[in-house]
Design a protein around this ligand. Structure first.
Ligand SMILES: Cc1cc2nc3c(=O)[nH]c(=O)nc-3n(C[C@H](O)[C@H](O)[C@H](O)COP(=O)(O)OP(=O)(O)OC[C@H]3O[C@@H](n4cnc5c(N)ncnc54)[C@H](O)[C@@H]3O)c2cc1C
Length: 269
């Protein structure tokens, strides 16, 4: 089950219906007596009626009235300011960072981009680029966070990977705080177990994800989680069981390939 499917299932219990792969064909306003009702028709013909409809599809830069063209600062067709890898615009003495330059348009990255831009503007050497390892966080209930590759992106790049998953349900801290809906999913290279990516759903996911980001940044393997000692009881400990699970899957795959009885013992709880 993917993170978003898991999220949809959890939210379903909270009375929220998440419809995946659903394209909107039309939106109109009907009336229930005096009361206006938003009616959304999906491409498959399903009709969803609601008190309010929030339609959210991408962002664009609000730059058209700034007179940028007059001074030579170029923008693209969505109004985003064009910059190079130093956040320098088409006017060398003008820098731009944040939402106004487009993706990923997050507070976290915007601040880093601005710091890098200032370092280049004032020729300071200590911060030359924004880290390519970007954590993403969604402050929903439960929280969702990810860093690095996903299975989809790894497949697209032809990476040979394995996954490992640890659940909150088997974690003591999660049991104490009563947040059992969650998991840590690791994605690592099959040949040397180098960590490629991590997705987390559950309480504290947006904090927990930084541990995976650090391991990826330093080129570490899932062995870090196997060998490392984690405070107990903590949610971070789920990383360890995700890594065990990954090793177990790896061993099973090798056994299948070699026609041997399947390898490691069942996941340690
Ligand atoms: C609802 C929502 C939730 C979000 N949640 C998250 C989150 O959880 N985590 C995260 O990392 N990011 C989040 N973001 C994205 C994050 O807010 C932005 O990426 C971030 O604020 C970008 O910083 P910025 O400095 O580029 O732009 P802004 O924060 O938008 O700052 C631009 C400033 O310029 C001012 N301004 C605009 N035009 C002019 C003008 N002509 N003259 C003078 N001043 C002007 C604006 O008033 C504003 O103060 C969220 C965004 C939204 C809308």
């Amino acid at each position: 089950m993917s993170g978003i499917e898991f999220f949809a299932r959890v939210d379903g219990r909270a009375g929220v219906q998440v419809m995946l792969d659903a394209n909107v064909a039309s939106v109109r306003v009907d009336h229930d007596g005096e009361k206006p009702v938003g009616v959304v028709t999906l491409a498959g013909g399903t009709v969803v009626a609601a008190d309010c409809v929030l339609y959210s599809i991408g962002r664009s830069g609000s730059t058209e009235t700034l007179g940028l063209a007059e001074v030579g600062v170029r923008t693209n067709d969505r109004g985003f300011v064009l910059v190079d890898e130093h956040y320098r615009t088409t006017v060398p003495t003008v820098f731009a960072a944040g939402d106004v330059i487009g993706f990923p348009a997050l507070a976290s990255t915007s601040m880093e981009q601005a710091r890098v831009a200032m370092c280049h503007a004032f020729d300071l050497k200590y911060k030359e680029r924004v880290s390519p390892v970007l954590p993403y966080g969604v402050w929903t209930i439960p929280e969702v966070a990810s860093v690095g590759e996903t299975e989809e992106s790894a497949r697209a790049k032809g990476l040979v990977y394995e996954t490992g998953k640890g659940t909150f349900r088997g974690n003591m801290r999660a049991q104490i705080i009563g947040d059992l809906d969650g998991f840590v999913k690791l994605l690592f290279r099959r040949d040397d177990q180098r960590l490629l990516g991590c997705s987390i759903v559950g309480e504290g996911a947006c904090e927990l994800i930084h541990l995976a980001a650090a391991v990826i940044s330093f080129g570490g393997t899932i062995d870090y989680f196997i060998q490392g000692v984690f405070n107990f009881p903590t949610l971070s400990d789920v990383y360890k069981y995700a890594a065990y699970d990954g090793l177990q899957r790896l061993a099973k795959r090798v056994s299948r390939m070699e026609g041997l009885p399947e390898g490691l013992p069942a996941q340690h709880e």
